[in-house]
Design a protein around this ligand. Structure first.
Ligand code: FAD
Length: 434
């Protein structure tokens, strides 16, 4: 990769030992929001935001979409200009990894040996991509998490270039769509029998597959990689268990992430596939909070807890955690929501469901689709394809506790506007009250 690095930021000069009222580890979207919220909650606190990437905090969604197609913009991609941090007296310690933490002494140590003490600690350490060991050590294999990763991948997306996408999840499909638009010859290899089958109903998976195939993307489901290597020209050769072989100039792997919980474990916090926090972002030891994608947080509308890899969590849960850490407790209780833009295909989802949910499909034609999830007699979730307008009404229907049995036939009738259903559900609720 070239020596160009994205969005360099300013770092705070630290003496050999420093103390801050609030220290936030992880200068991604969530860390940045937590710092912003902490400053709003407490104008006097000293705040440090420590991150191991060398650039100013930025948001990741554009990395697999617009910015992958316009890599020059990656160099300036950031949430705020440096002045934002100066004006708010948020000390930035960038390009620095926290390597150890001690909850009793409330002290962190950076990779270069510097120590930092805190009164309140916010862990916003996010996730890292799961690696596919079979591809380790091979050339031109990419993972996509950081702006630097996106720059490296973007350099390979030349017209006519053969790109293999391992994993037909959201990020893999977004990259596939972007690469196809740039004129690459793209093959998606998914181990499962259908795309996104663990998270979406069959009808939606099928519509997504058709969309990508219509863009010229080859979608290979049930493709389990058995062996990988390079040919005599240095191209990557991937072979499935069934003996199907593909040759690529580059491969991008999108097979999920794992939360960065090592510091939390060293601190002795409760960890369960994510740092366990309450609605205020409080972890299991006093003075320690966690923010963003690394958290396992309560999901009030569904009951229970979840770890969500969504922008929403970095934006809103992190804000609540930062505010709580600064002494103004704030609760995060939003209904889960995320989006995925795969070229012209715009997917959104709101609410929750499990594998045994029943689905009502509203097919508006021309690739516009809404599916509603029903569980235990209630509407609990919705997924839209190119029909984002249905998301906010679905959210209100879910919040209103729309009874599935009473409305199931109308849920599936695309001629009945969801807004009309919402009106009826609310009227019925009023009748029950009076
Ligand atoms: P991260 O973004 O992972 O940030 C954590 C930061 O902490 C990183 O910079 C990491 O290097 C740093 N760090 C970790 N450990 C240490 C340490 N010990 N010391 C110092 N620093 C440390 N969501 C959607 O809803 N819609 C989308 O369309 C969408 N698209 C996405 C596209 C891509 C390519 C990716 C990667 C994610 C996308 N997401 C999307 C998900 C969303 O962007 C993430 O959920 C969000 O970025 C999480 O933010 P975070 O700050 O919690 O974690």
């Amino acid at each position: 990769m070239s020596a160009v690095r994205p969005c360099e930021g300013a770092s705070l000069p630290l003496s050999s030992a420093e103390r801050f009222d609030i220290v936030i580890v992880g200068a991604g979207h969530a860390g940045d929001r937590a710092a912003e919220a902490a400053r709003l909650a407490n104008p006097h606190a000293s705040i440090a935001l420590i991150g191991d990437e060398s650039c100013l905090p930025y948001e990741r969604p554009p990395l697999s979409k617009g910015l992958l197609a316009h890599p020059a913009a990656l160099l300036t991609h950031r949430r705020h200009d440096p002045a934002f941090y100066g004006d708010r007296r948020i000390g930035l310690v960038l390009g620095s990894r926290v390597v150890s933490a001690d909850a009793t002494q409330r002290r962190l140590v950076l990779a270069d040996g510097r120590a930092i003490s805190y009164d309140a600690l916010v862990l916003a350490t996010g996730s890292r991509p799961r690696r596919l060991a079979l591809l380790d050590g091979l050339p031109n294999v990419h993972y996509l998490r950081t702006a630097a990763d996106a720059l490296a991948l973007a350099a390979c997306l030349r017209p006519g270039e053969r790109l293999g996408v391992v994993g037909g999840g959201f990020i893999g499909l977004e990259v596939a769509a972007t690469a196809a638009r740039l004129g690459c010859s793209v093959t998606v290899m998914e181990q499962a029998p259908v795309l996104l089958g663990r998270v979406l109903p069959a009808a939606v998976s099928e519509a997504i597959r058709k969309f990508h195939e219509a863009q010229g993307i080859s979608v290979r489901t049930g493709f389990e990689i058995e062996s990988a290597g390079t040919d005599s020209q240095g191209a990557l050769r991937l072979r499935s268990r069934e003996g199907e072989t593909h040759v690529f100039a580059s491969v991008v792997v999108g097979i999920g992430v794992q939360p960065n919980v090592e510091l939390a474990q060293a601190l002795g916090l409760d960890v369960d596939d994510g740092i366990v926090v309450d609605a205020f972002g409080r972890a299991s030891l006093p003075g320690i909070y966690a923010a963003g994608e690394v958290t396992r947080h309560p999901v009030p509308h569904a009951g229970g807890t979840a770890r969500h890899e969504f922008w929403q969590i970095a934006e809103h849960q992190a804000f609540a955690a930062g505010s709580s850490a600064a002494g103004r407790p704030a609760e995060f209780g939003e209904m889960p929501w995320f989006w995925s833009d795969q070229g012209e295909l715009k997917l959104q989802s709101v609410g929750t469901w499990s594998a045994d949910a029943a689905w009502a499909m509203r097919d508006y034609g021309r690739g516009r689709l809404t599916v509603l999830a029903m569980q235990e007699g209630r509407l609990t979730g919705a997924v839209t394809l190119n029909e984002g307008r249905d998301i906010s009404i679905s959210k209100r229907l879910i919040a209103a506790g729309a009874a599935a049995a009473a409305h199931a036939h109308r849920f599936a009738d695309a001629a009945v506007p969801l807004a009309a259903l919402l009106k009826d559900v609310r009227a019925a609720a009023m009748e029950t009250v009076t």
